[in-house]
Write a new protein. Structure first.
Length: 244
Protein backbone atom coordinates (compact mmCIF):
# COMPACT_ATOMS: atom_id res chain seq x y z
CA UNK A 1 0.00 0.00 0.00
CA UNK A 2 2.85 2.39 0.88
CA UNK A 3 4.45 1.71 -2.48
CA UNK A 4 1.20 2.52 -4.24
CA UNK A 5 0.93 5.84 -2.36
CA UNK A 6 4.47 6.73 -3.41
CA UNK A 7 3.55 5.98 -7.03
CA UNK A 8 0.48 8.22 -6.85
CA UNK A 9 2.51 11.03 -5.28
CA UNK A 10 5.10 10.71 -8.04
CA UNK A 11 2.40 11.09 -10.71
CA UNK A 12 0.96 14.15 -8.94
CA UNK A 13 4.40 15.70 -8.59
CA UNK A 14 5.07 15.16 -12.29
CA UNK A 15 1.75 16.74 -13.23
CA UNK A 16 2.49 19.80 -11.10
CA UNK A 17 5.97 20.10 -12.61
CA UNK A 18 4.76 19.79 -16.19
CA UNK A 19 2.08 22.40 -15.57
CA UNK A 20 4.84 24.86 -14.72
CA UNK A 21 7.05 24.02 -17.71
CA UNK A 22 6.69 25.69 -21.07
CA UNK A 23 4.04 28.19 -19.95
CA UNK A 24 3.85 30.90 -22.56
CA UNK A 25 4.59 34.49 -21.62
CA UNK A 26 1.69 35.61 -23.80
CA UNK A 27 -1.44 34.13 -25.34
CA UNK A 28 -2.73 34.05 -28.88
CA UNK A 29 -4.57 37.14 -30.05
CA UNK A 30 -6.20 37.94 -33.37
CA UNK A 31 -4.02 39.89 -35.79
CA UNK A 32 -5.52 43.27 -36.58
CA UNK A 33 -4.96 45.56 -39.54
CA UNK A 34 -6.68 48.91 -39.31
CA UNK A 35 -8.82 47.52 -36.51
CA UNK A 36 -10.02 44.64 -38.71
CA UNK A 37 -9.30 40.94 -38.16
CA UNK A 38 -6.83 39.58 -40.70
CA UNK A 39 -7.83 36.42 -42.56
CA UNK A 40 -5.37 33.55 -42.94
CA UNK A 41 -4.06 33.49 -46.51
CA UNK A 42 -0.51 32.26 -45.92
CA UNK A 43 2.15 30.56 -47.99
CA UNK A 44 3.69 29.14 -44.82
CA UNK A 45 2.22 27.16 -41.88
CA UNK A 46 0.10 29.63 -39.87
CA UNK A 47 -2.10 29.12 -36.80
CA UNK A 48 -5.63 30.40 -37.38
CA UNK A 49 -8.84 30.76 -35.38
CA UNK A 50 -11.91 29.25 -37.04
CA UNK A 51 -14.65 31.85 -36.63
CA UNK A 52 -17.88 32.26 -38.59
CA UNK A 53 -16.71 30.22 -41.55
CA UNK A 54 -13.45 32.16 -41.78
CA UNK A 55 -9.90 31.41 -40.67
CA UNK A 56 -8.54 34.43 -38.82
CA UNK A 57 -4.84 34.93 -38.23
CA UNK A 58 -3.46 34.57 -34.71
CA UNK A 59 -0.21 35.85 -33.27
CA UNK A 60 1.77 35.50 -30.05
CA UNK A 61 2.63 32.44 -27.96
CA UNK A 62 0.26 29.89 -26.49
CA UNK A 63 1.02 27.07 -24.07
CA UNK A 64 -0.28 23.61 -24.90
CA UNK A 65 -0.54 20.20 -23.33
CA UNK A 66 0.20 16.89 -25.01
CA UNK A 67 -0.92 13.39 -24.06
CA UNK A 68 -1.62 9.96 -25.49
CA UNK A 69 -4.42 9.73 -28.03
CA UNK A 70 -7.02 7.35 -26.59
CA UNK A 71 -5.78 3.82 -26.05
CA UNK A 72 -2.61 4.37 -28.04
CA UNK A 73 0.81 3.51 -26.68
CA UNK A 74 4.27 4.96 -27.03
CA UNK A 75 7.04 2.68 -28.22
CA UNK A 76 10.82 2.97 -28.52
CA UNK A 77 12.67 0.18 -30.26
CA UNK A 78 16.28 -0.57 -31.13
CA UNK A 79 18.32 -3.70 -31.83
CA UNK A 80 21.52 -4.38 -29.89
CA UNK A 81 23.11 -7.29 -31.74
CA UNK A 82 20.63 -10.14 -31.26
CA UNK A 83 18.69 -8.38 -28.47
CA UNK A 84 15.59 -6.30 -29.27
CA UNK A 85 15.13 -3.35 -26.91
CA UNK A 86 11.45 -2.46 -26.88
CA UNK A 87 10.26 0.12 -24.32
CA UNK A 88 6.60 0.97 -23.86
CA UNK A 89 5.01 3.55 -21.54
CA UNK A 90 1.36 3.75 -20.51
CA UNK A 91 1.07 7.47 -19.64
CA UNK A 92 2.36 10.51 -21.52
CA UNK A 93 2.11 14.02 -20.06
CA UNK A 94 3.79 17.06 -21.55
CA UNK A 95 3.65 20.81 -22.09
CA UNK A 96 5.16 23.18 -24.61
CA UNK A 97 4.57 26.47 -26.38
CA UNK A 98 3.18 27.04 -29.87
CA UNK A 99 4.79 30.18 -31.28
CA UNK A 100 3.62 32.52 -34.02
CA UNK A 101 5.54 35.73 -33.49
CA UNK A 102 5.28 37.21 -36.98
CA UNK A 103 2.32 35.70 -38.87
CA UNK A 104 2.62 35.27 -42.63
CA UNK A 105 6.37 35.94 -42.54
CA UNK A 106 7.61 33.27 -40.10
CA UNK A 107 6.19 29.76 -39.92
CA UNK A 108 4.53 28.60 -36.70
CA UNK A 109 6.86 26.59 -34.47
CA UNK A 110 7.04 24.72 -31.16
CA UNK A 111 9.45 25.43 -28.32
CA UNK A 112 10.05 24.29 -24.76
CA UNK A 113 8.28 20.96 -25.18
CA UNK A 114 9.03 18.68 -22.21
CA UNK A 115 7.42 15.22 -22.18
CA UNK A 116 7.16 12.89 -19.20
CA UNK A 117 6.60 9.16 -19.71
CA UNK A 118 5.13 7.05 -16.90
CA UNK A 119 4.58 3.32 -16.49
CA UNK A 120 7.59 2.55 -18.66
CA UNK A 121 8.89 -0.99 -18.99
CA UNK A 122 10.78 -3.28 -21.33
CA UNK A 123 8.83 -5.92 -23.21
CA UNK A 124 9.73 -9.59 -23.16
CA UNK A 125 11.99 -11.40 -23.70
CA UNK A 126 14.51 -8.72 -22.69
CA UNK A 127 12.45 -7.79 -19.60
CA UNK A 128 13.79 -10.92 -17.86
CA UNK A 129 17.32 -9.58 -18.20
CA UNK A 130 17.02 -5.78 -18.06
CA UNK A 131 14.79 -3.07 -16.64
CA UNK A 132 14.40 0.68 -17.16
CA UNK A 133 13.00 3.42 -14.85
CA UNK A 134 9.21 3.63 -14.75
CA UNK A 135 9.45 7.42 -15.18
CA UNK A 136 11.38 8.96 -18.08
CA UNK A 137 11.53 12.61 -19.10
CA UNK A 138 12.86 14.48 -22.11
CA UNK A 139 14.91 17.63 -22.22
CA UNK A 140 13.32 20.75 -23.75
CA UNK A 141 12.45 20.06 -27.39
CA UNK A 142 11.77 22.37 -30.34
CA UNK A 143 9.71 21.63 -33.45
CA UNK A 144 9.70 23.22 -36.90
CA UNK A 145 7.59 22.52 -39.97
CA UNK A 146 9.42 20.93 -42.89
CA UNK A 147 9.98 23.25 -45.85
CA UNK A 148 8.77 20.77 -48.47
CA UNK A 149 6.02 18.17 -48.90
CA UNK A 150 4.58 16.75 -46.79
CA UNK A 151 4.28 20.18 -45.16
CA UNK A 152 2.11 18.80 -42.34
CA UNK A 153 5.23 17.19 -40.88
CA UNK A 154 7.15 18.74 -37.99
CA UNK A 155 10.78 17.93 -37.24
CA UNK A 156 11.54 17.70 -33.52
CA UNK A 157 15.00 17.98 -31.97
CA UNK A 158 16.51 19.02 -28.63
CA UNK A 159 16.70 22.78 -28.10
CA UNK A 160 20.33 22.39 -27.05
CA UNK A 161 22.71 19.57 -27.83
CA UNK A 162 21.61 16.32 -29.47
CA UNK A 163 20.19 14.25 -26.58
CA UNK A 164 16.40 13.85 -26.22
CA UNK A 165 16.46 11.64 -23.15
CA UNK A 166 18.77 9.40 -21.12
CA UNK A 167 17.71 5.87 -20.14
CA UNK A 168 19.40 3.73 -17.48
CA UNK A 169 19.36 -0.02 -18.19
CA UNK A 170 19.88 -2.19 -15.10
CA UNK A 171 19.73 -5.87 -14.15
CA UNK A 172 16.26 -7.39 -13.88
CA UNK A 173 15.69 -10.92 -12.56
CA UNK A 174 18.61 -12.01 -14.73
CA UNK A 175 21.81 -10.24 -15.83
CA UNK A 176 21.45 -7.43 -18.34
CA UNK A 177 23.88 -7.89 -21.28
CA UNK A 178 26.97 -5.69 -21.08
CA UNK A 179 26.17 -4.22 -24.52
CA UNK A 180 22.90 -2.82 -23.14
CA UNK A 181 23.48 -2.25 -19.42
CA UNK A 182 24.22 1.30 -18.27
CA UNK A 183 23.17 4.80 -19.26
CA UNK A 184 22.12 5.16 -22.89
CA UNK A 185 21.24 8.38 -24.71
CA UNK A 186 18.48 8.84 -27.29
CA UNK A 187 19.84 11.29 -29.87
CA UNK A 188 18.95 12.63 -33.31
CA UNK A 189 15.71 13.98 -34.77
CA UNK A 190 12.10 12.81 -35.00
CA UNK A 191 9.49 13.71 -37.62
CA UNK A 192 5.83 13.79 -36.57
CA UNK A 193 2.71 14.44 -38.64
CA UNK A 194 -0.23 16.65 -37.74
CA UNK A 195 -3.36 14.82 -38.86
CA UNK A 196 -5.85 17.02 -40.77
CA UNK A 197 -4.19 20.27 -39.62
CA UNK A 198 -6.58 22.48 -41.61
CA UNK A 199 -9.69 20.98 -39.99
CA UNK A 200 -10.71 23.29 -37.13
CA UNK A 201 -10.99 21.86 -33.63
CA UNK A 202 -10.11 22.50 -29.99
CA UNK A 203 -7.41 19.82 -30.13
CA UNK A 204 -5.32 18.26 -32.87
CA UNK A 205 -3.89 14.81 -33.39
CA UNK A 206 -0.19 14.35 -33.97
CA UNK A 207 1.45 11.05 -34.91
CA UNK A 208 5.12 10.30 -34.48
CA UNK A 209 5.77 7.26 -36.67
CA UNK A 210 8.65 4.80 -36.75
CA UNK A 211 9.38 5.72 -40.36
CA UNK A 212 10.05 9.33 -39.35
CA UNK A 213 12.72 8.49 -36.81
CA UNK A 214 16.24 9.76 -37.27
CA UNK A 215 17.04 8.55 -33.76
CA UNK A 216 19.72 6.47 -32.13
CA UNK A 217 19.57 4.63 -28.80
CA UNK A 218 23.20 4.55 -27.82
CA UNK A 219 24.94 3.71 -31.10
CA UNK A 220 21.98 1.78 -32.52
CA UNK A 221 19.31 3.00 -34.93
CA UNK A 222 16.04 3.50 -33.06
CA UNK A 223 12.38 3.75 -34.00
CA UNK A 224 9.81 5.78 -32.04
CA UNK A 225 6.01 5.79 -32.13
CA UNK A 226 3.67 8.21 -30.36
CA UNK A 227 -0.02 8.88 -31.17
CA UNK A 228 -0.83 12.09 -29.26
CA UNK A 229 -3.28 14.95 -28.87
CA UNK A 230 -2.33 18.62 -28.54
CA UNK A 231 -4.65 21.04 -26.76
CA UNK A 232 -4.07 24.76 -26.19
CA UNK A 233 -4.04 25.85 -22.54
CA UNK A 234 -5.70 29.28 -22.68
CA UNK A 235 -7.17 29.72 -26.14
CA UNK A 236 -10.64 28.17 -25.92
CA UNK A 237 -11.82 28.54 -29.53
CA UNK A 238 -11.44 26.22 -32.49
CA UNK A 239 -8.12 26.51 -34.30
CA UNK A 240 -6.44 25.13 -37.35
CA UNK A 241 -3.06 25.28 -39.04
CA UNK A 242 -3.21 26.67 -42.56
CA UNK A 243 -0.27 25.11 -44.37
CA UNK A 244 -0.33 27.62 -47.22
Amino acid sequence: MARRRVGVLAVLALAIFLASVGTASAVFELTLSGGVDVECTPKIPTVCEAEGGKNLELEGEEGFTIGLNGAGETLLEAIFGTEVVHITCTIVEGTGTLVQATPLTTAAAIKGLVIGFLGCALLEPLAKKCKVPEHLETVAIKGSFVDKDPVEEITFEPETGTTFIEIEFANSTETCPATIKGLKKVTGTQKCKIESPEVAGTEHEISCLEGGSGLKLGENTAQFKLPALIKLKTFAGSWAIDLG
